[in-house]
Design a protein around this ligand. Structure first.
Ligand SMILES: [Zn+2]
Length: 189
């Protein structure tokens, strides 16, 4: 075992494939790297988050989902890939992957499960995340009405970029753009 693997295991626990040859073969599928190398690379692109979340710390989609490069030129959704590796034969490619923690960049498989679009819609409504919700009532909202006003003002005055403002408030630059262009937080004047 390399030192790096040892460190990763100390940090994240033993990956399931470690003692299971069939899962190890699953890890290796679709990659030019060996199972061990690719899982090391996967976890090396993450960082610890709140509430047990393991957050993707590399390229993301505008929605905040991690993008993992499994071989030269092939990028996959990190959360889907990791759950598929864990589930092996039980993986159903037709289903969505639902985050119980409501954090798109999270790749902790304990926070992920497969479900239908209907399951996802129900889940979003229960958490107040769907079309019926807006603003502060969303339990995981990082922004408040007041912060939204500050953000719009800051942007209007040309002092900061979306990216810089996003860093200040702990949200993506995409989220800031949506706030500024009033695609979200429309109710705040
Ligand atoms: Zn999570």
């Amino acid at each position: 075992m390399t030192n790096k693997t040892k460190k990763l295991i100390e940090r994240w626990g033993k990956p399931d494939w470690y003692e299971n040859p069939s899962l190890k073969a699953e890890w290796e599928k679709g990659s030019s790297l060996s199972g061990r190398d690719i899982v090391e690379r996967f976890w090396s692109l993450t960082k610890a988050g709140e509430g047990g979340c393991i957050l993707w710390n590399a390229t993301k989609t505008p929605e905040g989902y991690g993008k993992f490069s499994i071989s030269h030129g092939t990028k996959v959704a990190a959360h889907r890939w990791i759950l598929q590796r864990k589930l092996g034969g039980a993986w159903d490619p037709a289903l969505l992957v639902i985050h119980s923690c409501d954090t798109p960049s999270c790749v902790n498989t304990d926070h992920l499960r497969q479900g239908t679009p209907a399951d996802n819609a129900r889940d979003m409504q229960e958490k107040g995340r769907g079309v019926y919700s807006h603003g502060e009532s969303h339990k995981n909202a990082k922004l408040t009405d007041e912060k939204v006003r500050e953000i719009r003002k800051m942007y209007r005055e040309g002092r900061k970029t979306y990216k810089r403002i996003g860093e200040m408030y702990g949200v993506s630059d995409h989220a800031i753009e949506e706030v500024v262009t009033r695609r979200t937080w429309k109710h705040v004047v």
